[in-house]
Design a protein around this ligand. Structure first.
Ligand code: 3AM
Length: 189
């Protein structure tokens, strides 16, 4: 069905996970964690991803410009991404977000985020002011909690994600978990 010109979408660009990695990670966490529970509210595994750039709401024209810029840039060579231990935003002693960090391939991921940022700015969006910090959000915690012990207990996760494309997602918020719909993908070389 054709989209009307006044369609507004809430958009972010991310590295998606293969189901093998997604559910392998979920299984690993449920056996590795002492009580199989993360503090706070955990997004369902189907929603797990590594955000490269959150853009927010945009109209159809801006969306099409964004796609054309993403289509025209060099995203670099595909690479393997491994996962390291847990981390927290803004800090372990008062965490509001518990995340899984990246290990091998983090430099390539940084470069990929830089390429995406260049395309986003070229498409007319304001530059991101915060430095890119690759992470996979595992839990959002309100009120903040001290997760220092949990972070120390979680070692490297034995899974590897082959990063061979990026995905443009539409985010639908409402009651319950957000729904992330993949709209477009752009392949790495
Ligand atoms: O990858 P994570 O889960 O850290 O937190 C939101 C999620 O990131 C983030 O975009 C991803 C998909 O929703 N996000 C949502 N609203 C945001 C905002 N206003 C935002 N990031 C920055 N600014």
């Amino acid at each position: 069905m054709a989209r009307s010109e006044d369609t507004v979408r809430r958009i972010f660009i991310a590295v998606d996970l293969d189901d093998e990695v997604r559910y392998g990670l979920a299984a690993h966490l449920s056996t590795a964690l002492p009580d199989s529970l993360l503090p706070g509210s955990s997004p369902p595994p189907v929603n797990w991803h590594i955000t490269l750039r959150f853009l927010g709401k945009m109209d159809q024209v801006a969306y099409e410009v964004l796609l054309s810029k993403l289509d025209s840039i060099e995203l670099g060579r595909r690479f393997d991404l491994t996962f390291s231990g847990f981390g927290a935003f803004p800090q372990a002693s008062k965490a509001t977000v518990l995340w899984l960090g990246t290990g091998g391939g983090s430099d390539a991921l940084d470069d990929l985020a830089g390429s995406v940022e260049a395309a986003v700015v070229d498409a007319g969006f304001m530059p991101e002011e915060r430095p890119f910090h690759p992470h996979l959000t595992l839990s959002r915690i309100r009120p903040p909690q001290d997760v220092s012990g949990l972070i120390e207990s979680m070692a490297t996760v034995p899974l590897t994600q082959a990063v061979d494309h990026i995905t443009v997602f539409e985010s639908h918020l409402g009651g319950g978990p957000a729904v992330y719909v993949p709209l477009e993908r752009f392949d790495l070389g």
